[in-house]
Design a protein around this ligand. Structure first.
Ligand SMILES: Cc1cc2nc3c(=O)[nH]c(=O)nc-3n(C[C@H](O)[C@H](O)[C@H](O)COP(=O)(O)OP(=O)(O)OC[C@H]3O[C@@H](n4cnc5c(N)ncnc54)[C@H](O)[C@@H]3O)c2cc1C
Length: 294
């Protein structure tokens, strides 16, 4: 099927895009890479009368690092983020997660901002944003505001960003060199959305975990931070035993759905296995980086 008829707008600035959004209201949709929106139009699950393409707004395609914060513009493609030296050096968790998104052809068009606003609960970028305590900058008729990743994702395909707002960038604290991180997932086929994904970081001080983050995707209606499991690990040595206990704590309260790709029981079991795998890898990387800096 082809999309229904729509008017195409190509603003050159964010202000112009906001003006068009205000003018067309609920009849308009912002277009980024189109990798999620265009299929919805072709299936006629969305019927906007106007598309406002952000592709011509140069200011939204910048990646930079300043004051220990990496800023990624909303229109940076998933592929450009994956190939960015700044991301590789300062955000190894994101660098490891990005190649799991679809295929290269998808990542050449799909954008970091589009993935965040689309808010698929199995998507890689939202899970990494939650794990790294990122925040997003949005602009709308009321001006600019910042939303933390913890408050951003509100349910399946739902964020705290209003329809008349545009996401302009995401800000992510630099991962200290002594912190180890790991992103692991299982998908039925290469390029499919994951059944379950886990993003983890571990900082080790004097042989004990001083900070730990665990975020799961694909097991709820949004990325889920396993705060009880994180707290259980802080102050402890990361052994097979403590990691196994943390993995059990991380999945204890999960209620994933069953679908044609996997049952709830399988997803929950898989989540525990992947949490343990991610923590083990992150801890080994933290230990190795300490050896390297000594
Ligand atoms: C075959 C296939 C496989 C895929 N596999 C994966 C996968 O494994 N993992 C994964 O995470 N994703 C996957 N995707 C989705 C891909 O990552 C998309 O690129 C992404 O979800 C949406 O980004 P986009 O730039 O294409 O956004 P678009 O499709 O253009 O937009 C998506 C939504 O976000 C809104 N939006 C976009 N940008 C902004 C902005 N700056 N401000 C406000 N609203 C905005 C749009 O209005 C729309 O509602 C896959 C897609 C395909 C087609």
């Amino acid at each position: 099927m082809k999309p229904p008829k729509f008017a195409y707008h190509a603003p050159a600035t964010v202000e112009e895009a906001l003006g068009l959004l205000a003018e067309h209201g609920d009849d308009a949709k912002v277009l980024a890479g189109g990798q999620s929106l265009m299929p919805l139009l072709s299936l006629r699950l969305a019927r906007p009368e106007a598309l406002i393409d952000l592709g011509g707004i140069a200011s939204l395609s910048h990646i930079g690092v300043d004051d220990d914060v990496v800023t990624i513009g909303a229109m940076v493609t998933e592929r450009d983020a994956e190939r960015s030296d700044i991301v590789t050096r300062h955000l190894p968790l994101l660098a490891e997660a990005l190649p799991h998104i679809g295929h290269v052809a998808i990542r050449n068009r799909g954008t970091v901002g589009g993935s965040i606003v689309h808010a698929d609960a199995a998507a890689e970028i939202p899970a990494v944003m939650v794990a790294l305590d990122a925040s997003v900058t949005v602009v709308g008729p009321g001006g600019e505001r910042t939303i933390s990743a913890a408050d951003l994702f509100q349910g399946h395909y739902t964020t705290a960003i209003e329809d008349d707002e545009i996401l302009v960038d995401v800000r992510i604290p630099v991962t200290p060199p002594s912190t180890g991180s790991a992103f692991v997932e299982v998908a039925r086929r290469h390029g499919d959305f994951a059944l379950v994904g886990v993003a983890a970081t571990v900082a080790i001080d004097g042989g004990l975990a001083s900070d730990c983050r665990i975020t799961l995707s694909g097991v709820g209606d949004r990325p889920i931070r396993a705060t009880e499991a994180e707290a259980a690990l802080v102050g402890k040595a990361l052994s097979d035993e403590t990691i196994a206990l943390a993995a059990s704590a991380a999945v204890a309260g999960l209620h994933p759905s069953s679908d044609v790709h996997g049952s709830a029981t399988y997803r929950k079991h898989l989540a525990g296995v992947l949490v343990a795998r991610a923590l083990t890898t992150a801890a080994a990387r933290a230990t190795a980086s300490q050896g390297a800096t000594r």
